[in-house]
Design a protein around this ligand. Structure first.
Ligand code: NDP
Length: 255
């Protein structure tokens, strides 16, 4: 028997990176997958690759009403979602707080925070009624550690982790699991979106994680015995580690 037989997963941001790799792996392991994202052509491609076990829904996670409509109009064989992967997200720019574009901040907040809220609020009630489910929020190491030029991106990811933990507290007595996974550097389209440069190659000369690596971590977390809840999990490529002691030294500090 495949590891995810009988599971129905709703994955946001399935047109690229982690979401796409997770959709493929979950279908290979027997799940039915609702793959969502804004780029319909990519979703159609995924759907034709994965077949009937995949339902493709074009969706912008910033659109609360579209999410509510999509979830309430699912066909019967995809309706009882048992795994929600809140993965859609992005970083824009690398400017420090005093120079960044506020529109970029709003896009990150609307996507990374509100998208997670809307999807959770639309899908979790069914899990609670069925007393079965698992919500995974894809956060980031940037939500746990300082990263230069990402004051709002990192903060959106801290939100996602804390929201997961608060939700988990609310779910006491219910068989619904909640996990926040914080990946480190992974080679996806993330940096292309962040810089707006299609040739951006931040991942040269070191071995970053791949989308498939992160999908494997998600699979491992959802296939633990159903009474085991991974609360938070941070994963990095071995080549990445924490920042050095960061201090600004100046002669005037002697006085
Ligand atoms: P990609 O850019 O490869 O994929 C991002 C996905 O999010 C795409 O499928 C995109 O689909 C979707 N998305 C973006 N905005 C929206 C929106 N408004 N509505 C619906 N879908 C949206 O990046 P990753 O796979 O790397 O990123 C996935 C998640 O992992 C993000 O939350 C990211 O912050 C996080 N992360 C990534 C890390 C990395 O190093 N790569 C490290 C830590 C966390 P479309 O454009 O078609 O809508």
């Amino acid at each position: 028997m495949a590891k995810l037989d009988g599971e129905i997963a709703f994955i946001t941001g399935a047109t690229a990176g982690f979401g796409k790799a997770t959709a493929k792996l979950f279908v290979a392991e027997g799940a039915r997958v609702i793959a969502s994202g804004r780029r319909t052509d990519r979703l159609e491609q995924l759907r034709s690759e994965l077949g009937d076990k995949c339902l493709a829904i074009t969706l912008d996670v910033r659109d609360r009403h579209a999410i509510e409509a999509a979830v309430s109009n699912l066909p019967d064989d995809f309706a009882e979602i048992s795994i929600l992967v809140n993965n859609a997200g992005l970083a824009i720019g690398r400017a420090p707080a005093w120079e960044a574009d506020i529109d970029d901040w709003e896009t990150m907040i609307d996507t990374n925070i509100k998208g997670v809220l809307y999807c959770t609020r639309a899908i979790m009630p069914g899990m609670v009624v069925r007393d079965r489910g698992h919500v995974i929020n894809v956060a980031s190491v940037a939500g746990n550690h300082y990263g230069p030029g990402g004051p709002v991106y990192g903060a959106t990811k801290s939100f996602v982790t804390q929201f997961a933990m608060n939700t988990r507290g609310d779910l006491i007595g219910r068989n619904v699991r909640v996990t926040s996974i914080s990946p480190g550097m992974s080679e996806t389209e993330f940096d292309i979106v962040r810089t707006g440069d299609p040739d951006a190659n931040f991942y040269e000369d070191f071995k970053a994680m791949t989308a498939a690596d992160v999908a494997q971590v998600l699979l491992d977390v959802v296939t633990l015995p159903s009474h085991v809840n991974v609360n938070t999990l941070e994963v990095m490529p071995v080549a990445q580690t924490f920042g050095p002691r960061l201090v600004h030294r100046s002669p005037s500090s002697d006085s």
